[in-house]
Design a protein around this ligand. Structure first.
Ligand code: NAD
Length: 372
């Protein structure tokens, strides 16, 4: 029996997870996998119940699981907790990333047919956009030596060749399963860590002759990402550059409610890597409890879970396809709806649905796709 730890968290977290779980369960069943989905508290909800955002029972469950299916944590109520280590994000998400050495953060970004108008870019720039940014998550400036004095400060950027190597192998393997193109983003004209990134990436590239690798300075890449986003396939980069570029990529596609993520580490088993899967958005307290949240980012995170932690590529694609068909059939949560659909008329411009109804529509389409 495979175990997936389900941590809904706070705000819209439990709502988007509840709307996505039936499709994830069904995709597992149709793939012949015997999976259980025990739930545990995390974030503010866990703090309220136990006094800690990541209680021992939750950690124990995660330790015994193949993956973590995560909603979102945080909310204004918890910003006032005096000890920052007990606040939801810092006290739960960061320790989970550290504990399981989740060094590779994947954020796929694509534009679904019919949603081109959601982006701030002109539709002609978005045609064919299907990008996977892979960001190194446990090294670089965020984890290097730091010092803050009255008149000076520094944050050291440090990378070991081994840290770069494991990320690059990951990126090349991902590129093999996609368009076989990989772009390394760096700043090797100024930063010595980037010189090492380039050197290691070139060495690793020799093991993947079928993938075409190129590289690009980060400043130029930031420009190309808005000028010709559809020209990229897989992009690999270090921690801080990836942090900034993944937000830019999110904005290019238009809606935060559509962006999934996977954070993968060194642990794994015969099926795949241990991973933490979550939508890119937060707990959205402004719309929590109203059925307004878009669950598609969480459903697409479930597809990543099938792909990377359960080794079920066909099921992952089927779930992604079910999401695309649901959107093509005009289903819209409020964040995606045109003014006509917001009027509740169910016009051709889109049919306004709740969080739960969107999950049901995806499940219905998943049932019709043969993939087992
Ligand atoms: N990984 C995480 O758990 C995570 C990530 C980011 C923020 N947060 C926390 O979430 C809380 C709220 O943060 P924020 O407001 O800056 O960011 P947010 O992503 O929660 O919300 C930003 C805006 O996007 C909207 N939105 C977000 N997700 C949506 C969805 N699925 N469907 C429709 N609309 C959606 C919200 O209504 C809001 O207007 C804070 O406590 C923050 O610390 C948690």
């Amino acid at each position: 029996m495979i175990r997936i730890a389900v941590l809904g968290g706070d705000g819209i977290g439990p709502e988007v997870v509840a709307a996505s779980l039936p499709a994830l369960r069904r995709a597992c069943e149709k793939s012949g996998l015997d999976v259980e989905f025990p739930e545990a508290l995390v974030g503010g909800a866990a703090f309220d119940a136990t006094g800690h955002p990541l209680p021992p029972a939750t950690l124990k469950l995660c330790d015994a699981s193949q993956a973590i299916f995560f909603g979102a944590v945080g909310g204004p109520k918890y910003d006032k907790i005096p000890d920052p280590n007990l606040r939801p994000e810092r006290g739960s998400l960061l320790p989970l990333r550290k504990r399981y050495e989740l060094f590779a953060n994947l954020r796929p970004a694509r534009v679904y047919p019919g949603l081109e108008g959601q982006s701030h870019l002109k539709p002609e720039y978005l045609k064919g956009l299907d990008l996977l940014v892979i960001r190194e998550l446990t090294g670089g400036a965020y984890f290097g030596r730091k010092e803050l004095k009255a008149d000076r400060a520094f944050d050291a950027i440090e990378y070991k060749a081994s840290e770069i190597e494991r990320l690059m192998h990951f990126a090349f393997r991902a590129a093999m399963g996609r368009g076989r193109r990989l772009t390394l983003v760096h700043k090797a004209n100024v930063l010595l860590t980037s010189v090492l990134w380039k050197k290691v990436a070139e060495k690793v590239s020799r093991k993947y002759p079928r993938v075409k690798m190129d590289d690009c300075y980060v400043d130029a890449f930031a420009m190309y990402l808005v000028r010709r986003p559809a020209s990229f396939d897989v992009v690999a980069t270090e921690n801080m550059m990836g942090d900034i570029l993944t937000d830019e990529a999110a904005e290019v596609t238009g809606s935060i409610g559509l962006l999934p993520s996977a954070s993968l580490g060194t642990r794994g088993n015969r099926l795949g890597s241990f991973g933490l899967y979550e939508p890119c958005h937060g707990s959205a307290p402004d719309i929590a409890g109203k059925g307004l949240a878009n669950p598609l980012a969480t459903l697409l995170s479930a597809a990543l879970l099938l792909r990377y932690s359960l080794g079920r590529e066909k099921a992952a694609r089927a779930l992604e396809d079910a999401v695309a068909r649901t959107l093509a059939d005009g289903f819209r949560t409020r964040d995606l709806a045109s003014p006509a659909a917001k009027g509740g008329k169910g016009t051709r411009a889109g049919r306004l649905v709740s969080t739960r109804q969107m999950g049901e529509a995806v499940l219905e389409r998943l049932e019709k796709i043969r993939f087992s």
